[in-house]
Design a protein around this ligand. Structure first.
Ligand code: SAM
Ligand code: ZN
Length: 302
């Protein structure tokens, strides 16, 4: 936490800047936040939050799945999408960071970046803190005002996690951008052989644009599709790490394309062919239209 930028974090009680203190953070008015033994800082004060985020079982499943590399193409696409807008981000915030997997990718691409992992799951943050020793992992509820100062974030990531558009826009630096990843219909098709899947709405990416209306505009959108070959244990992890673990629904999306055929259908070593289908969107502040210039006397066409 030694490299914590001085004006990045604000005290959730009084709004004064938070700076590194012995084993935690503190503000000039004496509010202190200890760093947990597991490495993250809990800024949730008072009653905490009604939300608990991902359970230990979901986080373990996510960690196992991500470490096997099946979302590496997505992580690379996320970094490439960010590069379309930012050259060398200073502060990178992952809102709903989970285990810190995507922030690790960003730090790999920009080693000087300062990663901030924000999540409400203690189990997830324990992993993130371990994965990101050069940054800070903060226990926080995305539905509250974020404990970051205005315009302090150069790159904001939001991958399969809740969005707080007004707060995301407030903390984003003028030249910064947000990269949002959502699943598309048919994502994880093939897994229904293992357990029930949740349907993904067709218009999810358009809903993201709508949610940020008046705050940020979409400057880049791409779709990423590939097929993963998953052994049975990782197929179960892929189900257990996602929203299907929170809800139970066996209704497949009516618009979902047919699942990739199984690679091998029976036996303990059977592998499943499972579709990965994502939208990667980049959002930024609306640039004011450039005034057109013309030499005196030549006028511009209307
Ligand atoms: C589907 S997981 C995605 C995690 C990570 N972005 C990834 O893709 O590996 C959603 C994450 O959002 C977190 N989350 C859910 N509700 C939240 C809230 N209100 N505030 C902060 N984090 C929240 C969960 O704990 C979980 O880590
Ligand atoms: Zn304070």
């Amino acid at each position: 936490m030694s490299a914590l930028p001085r004006t990045l974090l604000v005290c959730p009680v009084c709004g004064e800047p938070l700076t590194g203190a012995d084993r935690g953070l503190a503000c000039p008015r004496g509010h202190r936040y200890d760093r947990a033994r597991q490495g993250y800082v809990n800024l949730l004060t008072g009653k905490g939050s009604p939300f608990t985020g991902d359970t230990a079982g979901m986080v373990d499943a996510r960690e196992a799945f991500l470490r096997a590399g099946h979302y590496d193409p997505l992580r690379s696409a996320l970094v490439a999408a960010a590069r379309t807008q930012v050259v060398s981000p200073g502060v990178v915030l992952d809102a709903g960071a989970g285990t810190g997997y995507y922030l690790e990718g960003v730090v790999g691409a920009w080693p000087a970046a300062f990663p901030v992992a924000l999540d409400i799951s203690k189990t997830a943050l324990r992993r993130a803190a371990r994965a990101l020793p050069g940054g800070i992992s903060i226990l926080w509820d995305l539905w509250r005002s974020l404990p970051l100062s205005d315009g302090s974030v150069d790159l904001l990531l939001n991958v399969f996690a809740p969005r707080n558009p007004a707060e995301f826009a407030r903390v984003l630096a003028p030249g910064g951008c947000a990269v949002v990843v959502t699943p598309r219909p048919g994502h994880l098709a093939g897994l229904e052989l293992v357990g029930p899947l949740l349907a993904v709405p067709e218009q999810k990416a358009d809903d993201v644009v709508g949610a940020f209306e008046g705050l940020l505009v979409e400057v880049h959108r791409e779709e990423l599709d590939y097929v993963m070959t998953l052994p049975q244990d990782l197929a179960r992890s892929a189900l257990a790490m996602g929203p299907a673990a929170h809800h139970a629904s066996s209704a497949p999306s009516p618009t979902a394309p047919p699942a990739a055929p199984p690679a091998a259908t029976s036996g303990p070593d059977a592998e499943l062919r499972v579709d990965a289908r994502f939208t990667v969107q980049v959002l930024a502040r609306d640039q004011p239209a450039r005034a057109s210039w013309a030499p005196a006397g030549q006028g511009t066409e209307e």
